[in-house]
Design a protein around this ligand. Structure first.
Ligand SMILES: [Zn+2]
Length: 305
């Protein structure tokens, strides 16, 4: 498992008078809580200045800054699109930092900023599978990965790990990385720091109980990071993992749309977001069966974080 060699970068979009942290959508929350009663879910727009313009409109100009940790020169600007289409948003555009391979943070202790790209040489990409484990879809994804000899990172929801510990163990035994994806998949930015940390820690406990492993990677639901969450990541040695390619498979846009989106947006360093939980993921499984060999044929290789 690598914890170094990562690139952090944020894309800020200014659109409609709102400053948004550009990003991509995440599945609709499935767990009821007071944190989810806000009228505008994160993937439908911004909140607290850190929303993701999933359905945004307009053509905001994005300023990309390679705000990585440690030593790197990955800065630059690029156009961001707030079109709300697929992974537009500027998240998947050319990344100067990755493209020039300047990112390097070996042991820099850089787990206080979200990671959007991997930096493991030319054609290195990462596949992340979120919101499992799921009794139906996780085994299907595992079989696909095994068939193509690909390693992925599974962002698991703690309460589902507790419900399906054998599947979590199977994922770990197959050599994949299990990332903490909180206990209930709430939007942590809407929780108190204490409550957010409790969500994180409880998932770590569940993953450890099921697999014997303590997660070293953390992914915030909806990519909603907060200072408290990032601080907890640092305290607990978890790399905060975001993503750069989001085909919005959770919205079930169709297998060909998922495939096309990934192929169009993936480049060296991309972290691809897919889901094995949160609903019917048949499209995701079918899309992975197509897109993994296509990416391998294109010369990419999969790394874990
Ligand atoms: Zn998720």
């Amino acid at each position: 498992m690598r914890t170094g060699n990562v690139i952090n970068r944020r894309v800020l979009l200014t659109a409609g008078g709102l400053t948004l942290l550009a990003g991509c959508s995440a599945p609709v929350q499935r767990v009821t809580s007071t944190a989810q009663t806000r009228p505008m879910p994160e993937h439908h727009g911004g909140h607290q200045g850190a929303g993701r313009p999933g359905t945004g409109t307009g053509t905001g100009t994005g300023t990309r800054t390679g705000t990585g940790t440690g030593t790197r020169t990955g800065t630059g600007t690029s156009k961001g699109k707030g079109t709300g289409e697929g992974t537009g948003h500027g998240m998947s555009g050319p990344n100067p930092a990755t493209g020039t391979g300047h990112a390097s943070d070996p042991g820099g202790g850089g787990n206080n900023k979200p990671v959007y790209y991997v930096a493991d040489g030319p054609k290195a990409i990462a596949l992340t599978i979120d919101d499992g484990p799921n009794a139906s879809y996780t085994p299907q994804v595992l079989r696909l990965l095994e068939k193509h000899r690909v390693t992925a990172t599974f962002s698991m929801i703690g309460m589902q790990v507790a419900a399906e510990p054998a599947i979590a163990r199977e994922v770990a035994a197959a050599g994949h990385v299990i990332s903490n994806h909180t206990w209930r998949h709430l939007d942590l930015a809407w929780l108190s720091p204490t409550a957010a940390i409790a969500e994180m820690d409880r998932a770590t406990d569940a993953i450890h109980r099921a697999t014997g492993q303590t997660p070293t990677v953390f992914r915030a639901p909806y990519g909603a990071w907060s200072a408290a969450v990032l601080r907890r990541c640092q305290q607990t040695g978890m790399t905060p993992l975001d993503w750069s390619v989001d085909p919005r498979d959770w919205a079930r846009p169709g297998v060909s749309a998922i495939v096309a989106n990934i192929l169009r947006n993936t480049r060296t360093g991309s972290i691809i977001l897919e889901h094995d939980g949160g609903g019917n993921r048949a499209e995701t499984v079918a899309a992975l069966g197509i897109v993994i060999p296509r990416l391998l044929d294109a010369g990419y290789h999969f790394v874990t974080i």
